[in-house]
Write a protein that binds this ligand. Structure first.
Ligand code: FAD
Length: 468
């Protein structure tokens, strides 16, 4: 049974998804800051402490924790994803800032990966192995983290450039002369337009560097002068400075909000994953399938390749997808058995189940219209949960239907039927009346038995297709 740790759920690549089901273990309540060793510049925390909560706590001590990935993520989640962020150029990533950790392994062993001594080279570097392991190797229950002194002076600035090339050259030159930049991030002109609109800024729309300098008053001044000279030589324009904490926060918040800002560039096209998944339920859900494919894997072909890999992993030997919609495609093939197994896998996912069972789904404005699920069993068959209707040239009208009665879920697949609802209902009735029957399987004698029994009242060949 997979156990999937959950920090604050901000990870962007689906890390907290449960493709094979399992237990979601929420660590957000393990949120105690156990010790701060101010003179040693480290602290020991539980995994549910968020980076903002830690920095709030440390402020009085004149210390800060340097990794800032934008989201107010949990430190356990940040270690598990090896988070970096805008400060990485100077302070490194989680890889450099976790001194040791404690984790519970799959067999229940409690593993402590090291001690607080920085000068230690003995044994395997298990800390680095667990940092970035995304919950797959163990559950982090405690972390010892490096801290830094809050600099005497912090100066943030944005600097526009004539070209992206100029930005890159200036950055390389600054690194080459060893300027201790604390943050340096590039946003192109389109990105700046998005940030201006979303974060109410008024920055010139040009390739722009976001910068931050840390140090004493005199050392930051020197850094700024050195960088300004480099920038001028590479077509850099006027700096816009932010010294007061609230101005700095506004500037960097705009940088951290670029994800939302970019979405705002095309107002009205925001569409939720739920909208898309609901679209997939419909026989005409190709548009939704194409959108999902492109967003998840970058291209339709890559997504279809992933579907076929997944089908193989699930042991679906008769299935070959050619289209992200699954059904509705010329060279797509599958057997009823495979479709029923696929249905069983999909219905194991609570979110999918809820979407599949929705008969009318209203898309929010500006779309503002209602989609209708053509699975009429939802309204006419007791306990029906729906799955999917489609057409393929190989099999004609195809229907995978699911229903639950008295705690028993039965999934049937009907291929090549001109009365798909009637056939699916007959098959479901038959399955519920036969108490020991669980899933259609072409490998067992029961399949034939099923076909023969139904064949007593309806033409046999319709159900032979059903049985795979
Ligand atoms: C707007 C935005 C901007 C971002 N920018 C950046 C960026 O610039 N750079 C960057 O690196 N990242 C960036 N991120 C991603 C960020 O690093 C992650 O979202 C964050 O690290 C995940 O932390 P979390 O607590 O939300 O973890 P979750 O999302 O809850 O979990 C993430 C993974 O860690 C595992 N996990 C969680 N807790 C534990 C634990 N205690 N033990 C073992 N495994 C655990 C989970 O199972 C999952 O696999 C950004 C995210 C957002 C939303």
């Amino acid at each position: 049974m997979p156990i999937i740790p959950f920090g604050t759920g901000t990870s962007l690549e689906g890390q907290v998804n449960a493709p094979f089901g399992g237990i979601s273990l929420d660590l957000s309540h393990m949120n105690r800051i156990l010790t701060v060793h101010a003179e040693d510049f480290d602290c020991v925390v539980e995994p549910g402490v968020t980076r903002k909560a830690l920095n709030e706590h440390l402020r009085e001590e004149g210390l800060f924790f340097s990794i800032d990935p934008g989201a107010d993520a949990s430190l356990g989640g940040m270690a598990a994803t090896r988070a970096s962020g805008t400060n990485a150029v100077r302070y490194g990533t989680m890889r450099d800032n976790v001194l040791n950790l404690t984790a519970v392994m799959a067999d229940g062993t409690l593993l402590k990966t090291g001690n607080r001594a920085r000068k230690s080279a003995s044994g395997y570097d298990l800390t680095r192995l667990l940092v970035g392991s995304e919950g797959t190797l163990g559950i982090i229950t405690e972390l010892t983290l490096k801290l830094h002194g809050i600099p005497e002076t912090i100066l943030s600035a944005v600097c526009p450039f004539a070209t992206i090339e100029g930005v890159c050259n200036a950055t390389i030159a600054a690194m080459q002369i060893g300027l201790p930049l604390a943050r340096i991030e590039l946003a192109d002109a389109v990105q700046i337009r998005a940030c201006n609109a979303y974060s109410h800024l008024a920055i010139a729309e040009a390739p722009t560097l976001f910068l931050e300098f840390h140090g004493t008053a005199s050392s930051t001044r020197e850094q700024v002068e050195a960088f300004a000279e480099i920038a001028r030589n590479e077509g850099g324009g006027e700096f816009r400075w932010a010294e007061r904490p609230e101005e700095r926060t506004k500037l960097w918040q705009a940088r951290h909000d670029v994800y939302w800002a970019v979405m705002g560039l095309r107002p009205g096209v925001y569409i939720t994953m739920q909208d898309l998944l609901y679209g997939l339920m419909l026989p005409s859900g190709n548009d939704a399938a194409l959108e999902i494919a492109k967003n998840v894997d970058g291209s339709v072909e890559a997504f279809v390749a992933r579907m076929n890999e997944k089908a193989e992993q699930l042991g679906l030997r008769d299935t070959h997808f050619t289209n992200p919609h699954g059904l509705d495609s010329r060279r797509h093939y599958s057997s009823a058995y495979d479709l029923a197994m696929l249905g069983r896998y999909a219905m194991g996912n609570e979110a999918f189940r809820a979407i599949a069972a929705t008969q009318y789904y209203h898309l929010a404005p500006p779309s503002d219209y209602t989609l209708h699920n053509g699975n009429s069993l939802l309204a006419s068959y007791a306990g029906a949960e729906g799955i999917k209707i489609g057409w393929t040239d190989e099999a004609g009208w195809t229907f995978v239907a699911s229903a639950v009665r008295e705690g028993r879920r039965v999934i049937v697949a009907v291929l090549n039927s001109d009365d798909r609802d009637g056939d699916a209902a007959a098959l479901l009735d038959w399955a519920y009346a036969s108490h020991d029957w669980a899933v259609i399987s072409p490998q067992t004698a029961r399949t034939l038995q099923l076909a023969r029994r139904i064949g007593e009242t309806t033409p046999l060949e319709r159900y032979l297709r059903v049985c795979g």
